[in-house]
Write a protein that binds this ligand. Structure first.
Ligand SMILES: Nc1ncnc2c1ncn2[C@@H]1O[C@H](COP(=O)(O)OP(=O)(O)OP(=O)(O)O)[C@@H](O)[C@H]1O
Ligand SMILES: [Mg+2]
Length: 323
């Protein structure tokens, strides 16, 4: 049985459809990524799955329980890290976790051991008794993950777990997420608008745009739907030789003959064979089709594009120049 099963789940706010008939199935222990730009409907989806808002139509089962008919059963099985920071600044890290244990009615002895274990896991043991006010953004996020896992949920929801963090802290958080979820076989659904995050961390990815899922699969499957690898060779190359090779799908010569681009099936496997057909090589570059290419292909825009005159940055720029 899948850990999370979503069928045509929809949320309308008056006449605006924020989430539009999405269907997803997530296996136990999997990290599933909802990848999409601002306003795509990611938080709305997480809110429905965690029983914070009621769907307009469709169905969702979390740990086998219906989110509409059995919200309490669903809540017993989930941990959640919200998009907006929600740890208490005026408590220490440990006190935040103690408060959570109290709210979940955990046995005090079990809670004490679990808190120590979780603090250790996210490497906050040394700072556990400092006020959260003195924590960095990455430390707060780690504390929130520890809190989300404290009551040993089967399923973890992470809404933009690394939003606003620098690349090093982001990679650090990925490490913790991967470690705990794989060790304890926790099913995780995370939202992100970072392509690298979805690529590095998620077993399955669904691209969501304007409330709709446009495609889903593993990162490699998504890339595979639009193409393979691109090998760019500079040197003395004879076109006719490549045309006979099965693994070469397309050959494009640059106008002035400075390089040739080959669309290749599995460059890692076939590169050596391809290069053996080339006389003198000046340089070789191999580029995989990226999730960027996939996103652009299926949505018609780039994920971080602030499109249109009406964007925040354009409004600021206009405001500045008109003053
Ligand atoms: N309570 C609400 N009332 C009306 N509209 C809402 C409400 N909540 C969300 N929306 C709208 O639904 C759409 C999806 O919002 P949502 O917060 O799910 O996006 P998101 O993918 O999480 O975006 P972000 O990356 O910015 O967090 C947006 O257009 C938003 O304005
Ligand atoms: Mg959101």
């Amino acid at each position: 049985m899948p850990s999370i099963e979503i069928k045509e789940l929809t949320k309308r706010f008056e006449d605006f459809t924020a989430v539009d008939k999405i269907s997803i199935s997530i296996a136990e222990g999997e990290i599933f990524g909802l990848l999409g730009p601002n306003g795509a409907g990611k938080t709305t989806t997480i809110s429905m799955l965690s029983t914070l808002i009621i769907p307009s139509s469709g169905k969702a089962f979390v740990a086998g329980h219906d989110v509409i008919k059995e919200p309490l059963k669903v809540r017993e099985n989930i941990g959640i890290v919200f998009q907006e920071p929600s740890v208490d600044d005026l408590l220490t890290g440990r006190e935040n976790l103690e408060l959570h244990a109290l709210l979940y009615g955990m046995d005090s002895k079990v809670a004490k051991e679990r808190i120590d274990e979780m603090l250790e896991l996210v490497e906050l043991t040394d700072r556990a008794d400092d006020l959260v006010r003195a924590y960095s953004g990455g430390m707060r996020r780690r504390l929130e993950i520890a809190r989300g896992l404290l009551h040993m949920p089967k399923i973890l929801f992470l809404d933009e777990p690394t939003l606003g963090l620098d690349p090093a802290s982001r990679r650090n958080i990925w490490k913790y997420i991967e470690k705990v979820t794989k060790e304890k076989n926790i099913t995780t659904i995370l939202t992100t608008h970072y392509l690298e995050e979805a690529d590095a961390l998620c077993d399955q990815i669904a691209i969501i745009d304007k409330g709709k899922i446009v495609i889903q699969g593993t990162s490699d499957q998504l890339k595979g739907t639009i193409g393979e690898d691109v090998v760019r060779i500079k040197g003395k190359v004879d076109k006719s030789k490549f045309e006979k090779m099965k693994c070469v799908k397309k050959v494009t010569f640059e106008k002035e003959g400075k390089h040739v681009d080959l669309v290749v099936e599995n460059a890692a496997k076939n590169l050596q064979k391809i290069l053996s057909y080339v006389g003198e090589i000046d340089s070789v570059e191999v580029r995989r089709v990226s999730l960027d290419d996939v996103f652009l292909h299926y949505t018609g825009h780039s994920i971080n594009e602030e499109n249109g005159k009406d964007s925040f940055f354009n409004r600021i720029a206009t405001y500045k120049t008109t003053r």
